[in-house]
Design a protein around this ligand. Structure first.
Ligand code: PRT
Ligand code: ZN
Length: 282
């Protein structure tokens, strides 16, 4: 049995549960008890505060856990970062009042910076030889300059609207973060094997999300061009159409390249292009 810690409630909760579901793991009672077991996979799920997860994974109370990379780095526990999960993306940034002068990190010298991430911030200050005073607070960091508690803040940002509504501007990004899978460094052979199984499923789900299945028709004289554009997993499937001189092409295309590829396909006379989501990709 492998014990996984996930956030009890908050920004990571929904996506963590969704990921386990997409991995085909049925949780008996997903509704926020302290723990639950899966009916069809040797895994036990613990619901915890995200800040506690690195410690629990380090202690072996949980074997693996899902947390923001920001929390993993801040807590400095000696545990493994196994896999970047691609959700809950955000950045840890320094912001100052809109009207403040700021050109480079030198301008942080002598400032008081409010943050919930003193470890990561101190590391940034050291690396940039800045002499600023860190004022640690646990929440509502963005109001600190407005109430005279600090001259700058260091906090998580995603859309930037919190900074904007508080009259702040982002001046340094010190970390890009997303949810990560972490693990204890001394897993038993049995637990390691369950983790490998889980990882295979997670990668299949993530791969599927990053790719689309594409079907199209094209004149045979363009097949070489199109095949070069759509290498797919190995090579595209090409099947002749009933209409002489035409073929159907099927392949996989990366989400990121999608629009660029579509434009090129059109220039290669592709027609009837159909794009489908992929559920799993191994
Ligand atoms: O109760 P518990 O301790 O478990 O939860 P929590 O309140 O500490 O954490 P929670 O649920 O707020 O966040 C969990 C994780 O989500 C964080 O550790 C990050 O890894 C990730 N994450 C992603 C974010 C954001 N985006 C985010 N925007 N965490 C917080 N924010 C906050 C930020 O602190 C600021 O107040 O959202 C505000 C900024 O958002 P924008 O969109 O206005 O820029
Ligand atoms: Zn927290």
């Amino acid at each position: 049995m492998l014990k996984i810690a996930i956030q009890k409630s908050g920004r990571l909760y929904e996506d963590s549960i969704k990921l386990l579901k997409e991995c085909g793991i049925d949780l008996n009672n997903g509704n926020k008890q302290l723990k639950t077991t899966a009916s069809n996979f040797p895994i036990e799920v613990y619901f915890l505060r995200d800040d506690d997860i690195p410690q629990y994974v380090y202690d072996g109370v949980a074997d693996i856990g899902i947390v923001g990379e920001n929390v993993l780095l801040e807590k400095q526990k000696d545990i493994n970062l196994v896999f970047r999960l691609g959700f809950s993306k955000c950045r840890l940034s320094i912001a100052v009042p809109k009207s403040a002068f700021y050109k480079s990190s030198v301008d942080l010298n002598g400032l008081k910076i409010a943050t919930s991430y003193p470890v990561i911030l101190q590391d940034f200050l050291n690396k940039n030889s800045c002499n600023a005073e860190i004022h640690e607070i646990s929440g509502s960091v963005e109001i600190a300059p407005g109430i005279g508690l600090a001259e700058a803040i260091c906090d998580l940002v995603s859309s930037g609207s919190t900074l904007f509504t508080n009259g702040l501007k982002e001046v340094e990004t010190i970390l890009q973060s997303e949810a990560v899978l972490t693990s204890n460094k001394n897993l038993s052979e049995e637990k390691q094997q369950i983790l490998e199984k889980l990882l295979l499923r997670i990668k299949a789900v993530k791969n599927a999300k990053n790719n689309k299945y594409i079907l199209l028709n094209a004149p045979n004289h363009q097949l070489k061009n199109i095949a070069a554009l759509l290498p797919g997993m190995k090579s595209p499937t090409i099947v002749p159409l009933a209409e002489e001189g035409w073929s159907s092409v099927q392949s996989v295309v990366k989400e990121n390249d999608f629009w660029e590829v579509i434009e090129k396909l059109k220039s290669f006379e592709a027609e009837g292009i159909i794009v489908l989501p992929i559920e799993k990709m191994l």
